[in-house]
Design a protein around this ligand. Structure first.
Ligand code: FE
Ligand code: ZN
Length: 512
């Protein structure tokens, strides 16, 4: 006897919505204790639409196929020693930043979506959250597999999980996700699915993946594309969740707007790390940060918010500041890393003459005026007195946790300082955006684990740089310091047959 074949819509209905039920002996409020406290009002969970109508059996089939292809390519990459084909060993430092900064966020996203799936009362968002949770776990795994290949040949990758919880610049991405995960389920999906995945994701994906392709890193391109095919589903979830909340009740609008403001600014500050990668760390550049911001935020984001205007949603607060900063962001952030290159698990360097010419061309109003003289000064200092490292710890922003080196929106020569008082204590911020976020939820942000404060309080292994580095598990002289004098560079030169140059690098490093 043959059963009647169900069409996709019926099958989706049976295998998702039909699995939900009305509880009879427990109250909904007890089962879903986080569903209401954020103030979001939902009248009808069945209005949730999933355009993909994905079922569990279809999901496993698609994903298994992707995994088979991905691991075949990774295997071939390893067998052919394809790490030797990248443009230059400097490029590997952007991967170090990716593995230590972003891969743990994939895992955090896996946990976060598992929690939001558990906490939403509706079957539609439960199912979408569950798929995304599994996707994110897969992303973390494929990235770790891919990059473990690089760990065999380059320094700085060896203890990324440990470093993520301790190292100063990694507390920037870590605190971003901790903030989202410790919010309620609606804020979490607004933060991650909408603000990050829908509005800002291109600014993470494009530089890393096109950057990898431009620099002949096929291993990274492969995991990138494998993850990107899940991304279209995630972006759909991001847009759906926003429209769903806005359509359910107009009292949701101001709450959603506040979250969009907060998470735009947090996401933008997080992307400051990407801006420096695009303009300074890729030996072959894809485009400048400024160009990427214009294309992906000002144009695409602008169109999106025009579309959302009919719900009463406007552009995120302080978006104008991001536009004012677009021609200085990467230079300011790379300067921070150059200053503290002795305490980072990536190498830093000054752009060479050709690269400075590129920067002048891409940033005609700012580069020659503000940053070239600074780099010339540092280069001269390096030649005459050795490499400059800053041994004074910086003040950190209480919200984004980045050292306070950003400048006033209307004056690129003045550091921007903001502060708030709360219960008799003073808190410091890099911007009006970060100050507003704190002022709205001070009880949350006074708890921030700020790496510099923790060092001063004696919680990071000791009071000297070597003690802190040991506590970070950072191998001094291997993982950190100037690229020109690094073991990574010496090894690279040797693999390319330039033995004498390699010896000179090691000799110079030994003398310093
Ligand atoms: Fe992901
Ligand atoms: Zn900040």
């Amino acid at each position: 006897m043959s059963a009647k074949r169900m069409n996709l819509r019926e099958k989706y209905q049976r295998m998702t919505r039909d699995l939900a039920w009305k509880p009879s002996y427990q109250s909904e409020d007890d089962i879903f204790p986080q569903a209401k406290y954020e103030g979001i009002i939902i009248h009808d969970w069945d209005k949730w639409e999933d355009p993909f109508r994905l079922t569990v059996d279809a999901y496993w089939k698609y994903q298994a196929e992707k995994e088979r292809k991905l691991y075949a390519i990774i295997e071939a990459f390893a067998q052919n020693n394809a790490q030797l084909n990248v443009t230059d060993a400097r490029y590997i430092n952007s991967l170090k930043l990716f593995l230590t900064g972003v891969t743990p966020l994939e895992y955090a996203a896996h946990r976060g979506f598992a929690m939001s799936g558990r906490n939403f009362p509706g079957a539609g968002p439960q199912v979408s959250s569950q798929f995304q949770s599994i996707d994110e776990l897969r992303h973390a795994q494929t990235q770790i597999h891919t990059i473990s290949q690089y760990n065999k040949y380059f320094n700085g990758f060896h203890d990324w999980r440990h470093m993520h919880d301790r190292v100063w610049y990694l507390s920037v991405p870590k605190s971003f996700f901790d903030d989202a995960m410790s919010a309620g389920p609606f804020e979490f999906v607004t933060a991650i699915s909408f603000s990050f995945e829908y509005v800002l994701t291109n600014l993470l994906f494009m530089p890393f993946m096109s950057g990898a392709a431009y620099n002949d890193d096929m291993a990274t391109v492969t995991f990138g594309f494998s993850a990107q095919s899940d991304e279209s589903r995630h972006m759909t979830l991001g847009l759906e969740v926003i429209k769903f909340m806005l359509e359910q009740d107009e009292r949701n609008v101001p709450i959603v707007q506040k979250w969009i403001d907060k998470w735009f600014w947090r996401g933008y500050r997080l992307l400051a790390l990407v801006s420096m990668m695009m303009d300074y760390m890729l030996p072959k550049r894809v485009m400048s940060w400024q160009e990427a911001w214009e294309m992906y935020f000002e144009e695409n984001g602008g169109a999106l918010f025009e579309d959302l205007a009919r719900y009463g949603i406007r552009m995120p607060k302080y978006w104008e500041v991001s536009v004012k900063e677009k021609n200085r962001l990467s230079h300011e952030v790379w300067s921070i890393f150059y200053n503290y290159g002795h305490a980072a698990a990536i190498h830093t360097w000054l752009p060479d003459e050709n690269e400075m010419a590129w920067l002048s061309e891409k940033y005609p109003e700012t580069f020659d005026k503000y940053y070239r003289p600074r780099f010339d000064h540092w280069r001269k200092h390096h030649q005459e007195h050795g490499r400059w490292y800053n041994n004074t710890l910086p003040m950190l922003c209480q919200t984004c946790q980045i050292p306070m080196a950003f400048t006033e929106p209307d004056d690129p020569t003045q550091i921007c300082y903001r502060s708030s008082e709360y219960k008799g204590m003073q808190y410091h911020f890099c911007s009006d955006g970060c100050k507003d976020i704190f002022d709205d939820e001070p009880e949350k942000f006074v708890q921030a684990w700020l790496p510099v404060h923790q060092i001063y309080q004696g919680n990071c292994g000791g009071a000297s740089v070597p003690e802190v580095l040991e506590w970070y598990h950072l191998k001094h002289g291997q993982d950190n310091l100037e690229y020109l004098d690094s073991q990574d560079r010496a090894n690279w030169l040797r693999w390319k047959g330039l033995t004498e140059q390699a010896e000179a690098v090691l000799q110079k490093a030994a003398n310093e």
